[in-house]
Ligand binder design. Structure first.
Ligand SMILES: [Zn+2]
Length: 198
């Protein structure tokens, strides 16, 4: 029988994606066992993240600096912007290490069902970035869901009239597939084979 504090920690950890009550309990036991070394490391790392986490005002990425480390990196190609639904998608694509441009996080997808309208997403700020000039490709990397594709087409319409190429991730992405569940090879392939939005 564990104390209330240990129970609380286990139930907090059990809410993390990929963990369940069982794994959470094992993680807690491990932390308790290694409290002198690992527990302190975990606490320090969590504390540092909590103190420093900010949303990038340019792209919507979450990082410990604003502009984020991608927007601030002069080696990233500012001519190419990859639009994603969520920060998780940005991280997944960036792990694939094939896209050398910058990103724009919408903060969701259009959804009549959930009442998500264009003004609820970071679409105006995307248009603002494009209107500043210097962008010659926008890659629409929405999820291969109905709502993701509706969002992609809506954004493509809003971008009409700007002198740029609008591409989207290649098909071959599983239908209904969420980007951050895909392995890096699949993502890299979808990026490499990106094609004009039709
Ligand atoms: Zn950024």
């Amino acid at each position: 029988m564990a104390s209330q504090e240990i129970e609380n920690l286990a139930s907090a950890l059990a809410r993390l994606p990929g963990l369940g009550p069982r794994s959470a309990r094992r993680a807690v036991l491990w932390l308790v066992k290694h409290r002198e070394t690992a527990l302190k490391q975990v606490l320090d790392a969590l504390g540092a993240v909590q103190d420093k986490l900010v949303e990038c005002e340019t792209c919507g990425n979450v990082d410990t600096q604003n502009p984020c480390s991608i927007c601030a990196d002069p080696r990233r190609d500012a001519k190419s912007i990859c639009v994603v639904e969520d920060v998780a998608d940005l991280w997944a694509l960036d792990r694939a290490r094939l896209f050398t441009g910058r990103y724009h996080v919408l903060g969701g997808r259009l959804s009549a069902l959930d009442g998500v309208r264009p003004e609820d997403l970071a679409i105006d700020s995307l248009l603002g970035r494009v209107a500043e000039g210097g962008v010659d490709e926008v890659v629409l990397a929405m999820n291969a869901t109905l709502e993701g594709q509706t969002t992609a087409h809506y954004i493509a319409e809003r971008l009409e009239g700007f002198p740029l190429r609008i591409t989207q991730l290649a098909h071959g992405l599983p239908v209904g597939g969420e980007l951050d569940y895909l392995d890096e090879g699949t993502l890299a392939q979808a990026l490499r084979a990106r094609r004009p939005l039709g």
